[in-house]
Design a protein around this ligand. Structure first.
Ligand code: SF4
Ligand code: SF4
Length: 495
């Protein structure tokens, strides 16, 4: 057993209100620079929808992630030879229009307009060329199903559904949506790391955060095409690629990442997971439908004496093991089994997990307001949001995985309803727990973690000793500009 520690996260989708506070917190901290305007290291998209960049899930177009070639796991964009062959022309790269052309407004026209009869307007201008432009896209252009006849119907997951399921989804009285916040997944089998010809991308040993060394990056952009989640971006002023750094400088100072800290819905959980690195290749090679379960298998019990002994032998510090034992992510993913990876069939073993949204599945429209359906179990079979769509997102198409999660979430709802309203027979609550395979204690713990916890329980940071030592001798304000690039100097263009 080759035990490693990874800082991982869970996003609880039922709690996301789509306020984009997380995106703005990240934007103001890391990507408010020239060349980075179009980058949203954290973005929130509406599902069903085509997302950002548009149709990022379509790997026939973007060639991201891994695939099985016979018995071999290989990058979908090609092995080393294939990658080098495309070094000067990579047709799988998303052009700027697939993201959107960043824009601003001529606010001076408003503030400097002379008095007149007409209301002055601020025209939109491109942040790249400075010229007036017609705004046609943005990072959340299809927010709240706006333009769903263009965006939602072209969602790669929707396209795979049967025509009856599609018709059901788009029947006007059954229209359904939820929000999907996304950041880099800091994958165990990261496609971006494997594809980089310069060896500039690396996974930090102590916490598994994936970073791009700005001194080594030559801007080949193979990471951009190899990441199936499209979470590396090319900075056109620096000529380097950049990505989410999981706010490691904040974590080193004992603070939660900015998007986690600012999340209004408190949907975000962060904690250490221990995993067996020797099993990565075997797990990533399993069949699509088995991948979500296989990824759970590779996560180790931080209370198991054998795991702890192997972890100590591998040099994992005692405080990190303690953090792993208190990890809320471990509870969600392994203990309760209610958080699933996004698109496990991309085979990068993403370490950001999602609790799938229950409300669009179970709620029904009644005289203009949303109500929970009366009979939970039959509605699961005839859900407004087809289970197959959710299975395509979170379980490599395996609907049983998603149903198992929903049964547990339903048991939580019933037990809480019984506790707070008391209009259900005790036997029904017991039946729900039995069907879901969870104890009443586990249900209570899920409820507590989902609804009542404070930030210290939701976000359990391990100590990051190396960087604390560096920080002790430096003024954070002085090196702030250079942070986030894997070095202490701001990146400089070489040509
Ligand atoms: S999600 Fe992050 S770690 Fe995973 S392949 Fe993409 S950029 Fe790399
Ligand atoms: S801040 Fe939280 S609730 Fe708001 S959109 Fe982001 S993840 Fe969702």
């Amino acid at each position: 057993m080759n035990v490693r520690a990874q800082v991982s996260s869970v996003f609880h989708l039922d709690k996301c209100i789509g306020c984009h506070t997380c995106s703005i917190a990240c934007k103001n901290l890391w990507t408010d620079r020239k060349g980075a305007e179009y980058m949203w290291w954290n973005n929130v998209e509406t599902k069903p929808g085509t997302g950002y960049p548009t149709r990022w899930e379509d790997q026939e177009k973007y060639r991201g992630g891994w695939e099985m070639k016979g018995q071999q796991l290989q990058l979908k964009q090609g092995g080393r030879g294939g990658t080098l062959g495309k070094i000067f022309h990579n047709p799988a790269l998303p052009p700027l229009d697939d993201y959107y052309e960043p824009f601003t407004f001529k606010y001076g026209d408003l503030t400097g307009a002379p008095a007149g009869d007409d209301q002055p307007t601020a025209r939109p201008v491109s942040m790249i060329s400075g010229k007036p432009m017609k705004i046609e896209a943005g990072p959340n252009w299809d927010d709240d199903l706006s333009g769903s006849n263009i965006y939602a119907v072209n969602d790669p997951g929707v396209v795979k559904l049967s025509s009856e399921e599609q018709a059901q989804m788009f029947a006007i009285e059954k229209m359904v949506m939820f929000y999907l916040p996304r950041i880099c997944n800091h994958c165990l089998n990261a496609g971006c790391v494997a594809a980089c010809p310069s060896g500039a991308i690396y996974k930090r040993g102590e916490d598994g955060i994936v970073l791009i060394n700005q001194d080594k990056c030559r801007g080949w952009r193979m990471c951009v095409s190899a990441c199936p989640y499209k979470k590396t971006y090319y900075g056109w002023t620096t000529g380097k690629s950049e990505k989410c750094i999981l706010c490691y400088p904040r974590q080193e100072a004992g603070e939660a990442p900015a998007c986690f800290h600012s999340c209004v819905g408190r949907i975000r959980y962060l904690g250490v997971l221990l995993y067996d690195a020797d099993r990565i290749a075997a797990v990533a090679s399993r069949d699509d439908g088995e991948l979500a379960a296989a990824q759970r298998e590779i996560i180790l019990d931080p209370h198991d004496p054998q795991v702890l002994a192997d972890a100590r032998a591998a040099g994992i510090p005692e405080q990190v093991l303690k953090a792993a034992q208190a990890s809320p992510v471990y509870k969600f993913v392994k203990q309760w089994g209610i958080a699933l990876p996004l698109h496990p069939e991309f085979r990068t073993l993403p370490m950001l997990f999602y609790v799938p949204p229950l409300l669009p599945v179970l709620s029904k429209e009644h005289q203009g307001s949303q109500q929970l359906a009366d009979d939970f179990f039959t509605t699961l079979e005839q859900a407004r949001l087809p289970i197959q769509y959710l299975a395509g997102l979170f379980a490599g198409g395996n609907a049983e995985e998603v149903k198992a999660v929903y049964r547990k979430l339903i048991a939580v709802r019933l037990q809480r309803r019984q506790a707070s309203v008391g209009d259900l027979p005790e036997s029904e609550v017991e039946k729900a727990c039995e069907l879901a395979g969870v104890s009443a204690e586990a249900v209570e713990a899920i409820f507590r973690m989902t609804a009542l916890t404070r930030i210290k329980e939701r976000i359990v940071l391990p100590p990051m000793l190396r960087e604390q030592a560096i920080e002790a001798g430096m003024d954070p304000e002085a090196y702030k500009q250079g942070m986030g690039f894997g070095s202490r100097r701001p990146p400089k263009r070489r040509w």
